[in-house]
Design a protein around this ligand. Structure first.
Ligand code: TYC
Length: 125
């Protein structure tokens, strides 16, 4: 894209009534595109899925959940399960709100179907 950067007194087309630049519209002068429009994007807020320890859910089942729901490999799944077992809680993953809530619900659904009391929480990062 050619950039015309020389200063000129010609008004830009991209101007509102207040004379201010309109965000998202390209800068033009004499119909010539001066630069790509500046589009401001914001990253979405992130949420942790935290798994909680209990005395009844078997370790193997937690490892299965960590692989199946959180796509961890065997070593990562063992390590996260042991962290939760030893410290009482541990982060399984960090996602946008909808993904975090869906994964947390899936954990509870699979656990209840297997009659285990496994719990997990969604917390803002
Ligand atoms: N504490 C459980 C046991 O000894 C294992 C376990 C680990 C349970 C992690 C839940 O989130 C958990 N069988």
């Amino acid at each position: 894209m050619a950039l015309y950067t020389e200063k000129s007194s010609l008004p830009t087309i991209n101007m509102g009534d207040d004379g201010k630049k309109q965000p998202g519209l390209p800068d033009r002068q004499d119909g010539v595109l001066l630069a790509e429009p500046e589009v401001k994007t914001k990253r979405p807020p992130l949420f942790k899925v935290v798994l909680l320890n209990d005395d009844y859910t078997p370790m193997d089942f937690v490892v299965f959940i960590l692989k199946d729901v959180f796509r961890k490999n065997h070593e990562e799944a063992i390590s996260t399960m042991l962290e939760v077992h030893q410290k009482g809680a541990g982060v399984c993953g960090i996602y946008t709100r909808d993904v975090a809530e869906t994964k947390a619900e899936l954990v509870i659904t699979i656990a209840r179907r297997n009659e285990y009391p496994l719990q997990c929480r969604v917390e803002k990062e």
